[in-house]
Design a protein around this ligand. Structure first.
Ligand SMILES: NC(=O)c1ccc[n+]([C@@H]2O[C@H](COP(=O)([O-])OP(=O)(O)OC[C@H]3O[C@@H](n4cnc5c(N)ncnc54)[C@H](O)[C@@H]3O)[C@@H](O)[C@H]2O)c1
Length: 324
């Protein structure tokens, strides 16, 4: 009988630390060829967009598919715009083991990918300054992943929505006991050692010419060919790593726009994150290089997180079994 896990159940068992490890293992499987990651299938129906994201991780024993929908008119029906659920299957029989809420899982696994990137691409020194653009759902998880992987001196945050920043600071200070400062303008964040862009902005957030040497950037927001958070200068002058080369060149305006402008070629793409995890390529090699991790969000992250959540829920005896 499949186990049903609601958002509260998922929240009660999923930690960022464990998720970073699971996601790191998933990227290693992708690099080693033991993962199957078909392209995302999209259906655009009259009322909205449905995305189907399947993945298989052989070594981890994870077979899963996430379904995410974006239906813009839902608020008029008192419903959220986005729904997400993950279906986890038994790798031996194919039967459905579990159906779980996918929203919290998505935010944590997205943070976790940046946590993995920090391990290989950020400088290793103590007292790092973190700059976060955006203060929404993803930004909170990005900060959690920073907390797990970096020694933080202080955090600078910027959002065009003043209320969102204020709420972020109150909530995150309570959760992480960090010094978090509201920046007066986007340029103040350029003094950071690690920058995270987690906004819904379709246009660049800062002038890459002003970045300081040694900065690492986790670029997680924009993910359509015409939207970008980074300008051409930043991408052209950085060591560019992505979660998937294919996704970067088919979905990410951050990479596709500089390519279209002929400012970079496909060869500018340095490595996939999995190639750093498996030591096929070196991560950061000097304290001066500017590094970018372009995160598009892959179904292998969802599958790894779903398997982790299911195992922990089974061990804790939570959730409800339903005979379908
Ligand atoms: N890479 C991945 O795997 C992945 C996964 C999930 C979501 N995302 C993307 O991450 C982004 C953020 O998602 P979210 O759920 O946190 O959204 P959200 O709506 O909760 O927060 C986005 C925030 O960005 C702010 N913002 C918009 N333009 C800005 C600008 N120019 N400067 C500063 N702040 C600005 C908004 O005011 C808002 O507070 C979205 O683009 C989403 O599609 C990526």
């Amino acid at each position: 009988m499949p186990l049903i896990l609601n958002r509260k159940d998922v929240q009660s068992v999923l930690t960022m630390k464990d998720c970073i490890q699971a996601v790191e293992n998933a990227f290693a499987e992708l690099s080693n060829g033991t993962a199957i990651l078909p392209l995302r299938n999209n259906i655009t129906s009259p009322e909205g967009l449905s995305l189907y994201m399947p993945a298989f991780l052989k070594d981890m024993g994870a077979l899963a598919c996430k379904v995410v929908t974006v239906f813009k008119n839902n608020p008029s029906k008192n419903l959220p715009v986005i729904f997400g659920k993950v279906l986890l299957q038994d790798t031996e029989t194919g039967d459905v083991l579990c159906i779980m809420d996918g929203a919290y899982l998505t935010a944590v696994r997205t943070g976790a990918a940046s946590g993995v990137a920090n391990k290989y691409l950020a400088k290793k020194n103590k007292n790092q300054v973190i700059g976060i653009y955006g203060t929404g759902v993803q930004a909170k998880m990005q900060l959690w992943a920073m907390k797990e992987t970096v020694d933080i001196a202080k955090v600078l945050v910027y959002d065009i929505n003043e209320n969102a920043v204020d709420n972020f600071i109150v909530e995150m200070k309570k959760k992480f006991y960090l010094e978090i400062i509201k920046a007066a303008n986007p340029n103040e964040l350029l003094a950071s050692d690690i920058i995270c862009t987690a906004t819904s902005s379709p246009t660049p957030l800062f002038d890459g010419n002003k970045l300081k040497p040694g900065t690492h950037i986790n670029n997680i927001g924009s993910h359509t060919p015409n939207a970008r958070e980074l300008d051409t200068f930043t991408v052209k002058n950085s060591k560019l790593v992505g979660d998937s080369k294919e996704a970067c060149f088919s979905e990410a305006g951050d990479i596709m726009i500089p390519l279209k402008e002929e400012a970079i070629t496909v060869d500018h793409f340095y490595a996939e994150l999995g190639d750093l995890v498996t030591s096929k390529k070196k991560g950061r090699t000097s304290d001066n290089e500017i590094t970018v991790f372009k995160s598009n969000g892959l179904a292998i992250q969802d599958a790894a997180a779903a398997k982790l959540i299911y195992d922990k829920a089974m061990a804790a005896g939570i959730g409800v079994n339903v005979d379908i």
